[in-house]
Design a protein around this ligand. Structure first.
Ligand code: ADP
Ligand code: MG
Length: 440
């Protein structure tokens, strides 16, 4: 949206100033979720916040909206500090909580009722919002009569009916099927570009790379643990963007490159960069079948030396939330290296892909013991214990020094899965005991 801008300096709409946010963990320790968050949304801008799930994007959006208080730092909306929800900002969520007993029109009017707008004006404005978002004809329908896409349009209408200056969107398209999402995306873009509303700025939270590339003027790439802005890309492509245009593909490649750049613990070995992790590292939630399937898919003559991640993602129908956990564990376990949006298998990755079931377990066990400290630690403790049995509770307690209770449970479950597959230890679901029963 460059055409309806005033000349000269663009006004700051939202200023996010040094935001820090932590949540209490169960044991009175704090979990730092956002650190050093700092950026400005200017008039005419659509910013995409792009990051993996759990990186704190929703928390940040809620802080901007005045729904959650930061520990320190400040949000300003049109130069005024935000302490609570303000009329100029509306939010669209992934799935909109519509009142099932109210019609579309009544659902849209709700937002205005809260503002004390008189009934006649409410109706007129709701009808206009419904019209703008392409819902006319459905005014008297009830939510249950609508498809997911139409319901989300009601969500948009409800956000727009208050004539907001800024629209905050938290993954608004991710619960929709591909075509419906595309359709709604382009309608939103039209509405924005043609200035049919009073909107002056949009912040879109997404984990979808292509979506960020298709919509945003600026992309802020989030890092995790704690959430922070790792990099920023300004997009100079006109709308509507053609996804097969080389400049668009280059943009997508650049985003992949930035997103797969290791954040920490990188070691270089014989010119290859690997990631090393510590005991309490938040391991990505990946199933053995995903690791195996991915290695098999990449180890084909088609991808002789390296594979382009966007291409692989498309071929395997993976979105980034599925793809990046897999590439991350492959890097950690040194089955692959990821650089500049390309993935290349290591010798060990190729051996694994070529091996039979038993050999695969052996290779996996070696790499797990070498590169995943938690797996190694569990195995050592079991070796040390006279009866070779240890309760999972003990490891859980250890992990809680690093992670929240939920995250610790998840990480332990992941490593137990991998360890059982690799046969480096056994686990009894009923007693919660880890042991060396079957492994030698
Ligand atoms: P994203 O939207 O990027 O997936 P979130 O902002 O939802 O990330 O969450 C970031 C982190 O903060 C996660 O580890 C999540 O478990 C934690 N978190 C979010 N909300 C709360 C809360 N109300 N209490 C405790 N932890 C929370
Ligand atoms: Mg979220």
């Amino acid at each position: 949206m460059t055409d309806n801008l005033h000349n000269g300096v663009k006004q700051a709409l939202i200023e996010v100033v040094d935001i820090k946010k932590s949540f209490k963990k169960s044991d009175n320790q704090d979990l730092l979720v956002l650190d050093n968050l700092h950026f400005t949304l200017r008039e005419g801008e659509l910013i995409a916040l792009l990051g993996k799930s759990g990186s704190g994007k929703s928390t940040l959006l809620r802080i901007i909206a005045g729904l959650v208080k930061p520990n320190s730092g400040e949000v300003r909306f049109c130069h005024q500090p935000v302490y609570a929800p303000v009329p100029g900002m509306s939010m669209v969520f992934q799935s909109f909580a519509l009142m099932p007993w109210l019609t579309v029109l009544q659902n849209v009017e709700l937002g205005l009722e809260a503002q004390g707008v008189p009934p006649a004006e409410r109706r007129a404005r709701a009808i206009k919002a419904i019209d703008i978002i392409g819902l006319d004809g459905f005014e008297s329908a009830f939510p249950k009569e609508l498809s997911g896409g139409m319901r989300q349009r009601v969500g948009f209408a409800r956000a727009l009916v208050v004539d907001p200056t800024v629209l905050l969107m938290d993954e608004p398209f991710s619960a929709l099927d591909v075509l419906t999402a595309d359709n709604l995306r382009s309608d939103l873009l039209d509405l924005w570009n043609e200035g049919k509303t009073k909107l002056k700025g949009i912040v879109l939270v997404t984990h979808n790379i292509e979506e960020a590339a298709a919509l945003a003027d600026r992309i802020l790439i989030f890092g995790s643990n704690p959430g922070c802005i790792r990099s920023e890309l300004t997009v100079d492509l006109d709308h509507p963007r053609n996804e097969s245009d080389p400049a668009f593909r280059k943009l997508v490649d650049d985003i992949y490159t930035l997103m797969t750049q290791p954040e920490e613990g990188v070691v270089a070995i014989r010119g290859l960069r690997f990631k090393t992790i510590d005991l309490g590292y938040r391991l990505p939630k990946v199933e053995i079948s995903e690791i195996t399937g991915f290695l098999e898919a990449v180890h084909t003559p088609e991808y002789k030396t390296k594979a382009d991640l966007p291409e692989i993602a498309e071929e395997l129908h993976l979105n980034v939330d599925d793809l990046f956990p897999i590439t991350e564990i492959l890097e950690i376990m040194r089955f692959a290296t990821v650089e500049k949006g390309d993935i290349a298998l290591t010798e060990s990755g190729k051996q694994f892909a070529d091996a039979d079931i038993l050999q695969r377990k052996k290779i996996f066990a070696d790499n797990l013991m070498n590169y995943v400290p938690l797996a190694r630690h569990i195995r050592h403790e079991l070796d040390k214990d006279p009866g070779h049995r240890v309760s999972e509770e003990r490891f859980l307690a250890e992990l809680e020094d690093y992670l929240s209770h939920e995250a610790a449970e998840e990480v332990l479950k992941i490593v137990i899965d991998w360890g059982r597959y690799a046969e480096i230890f056994a686990y009894d679901y009923n007693t919660g005991l880890l042991s060396l029963e079957n492994p030698q």
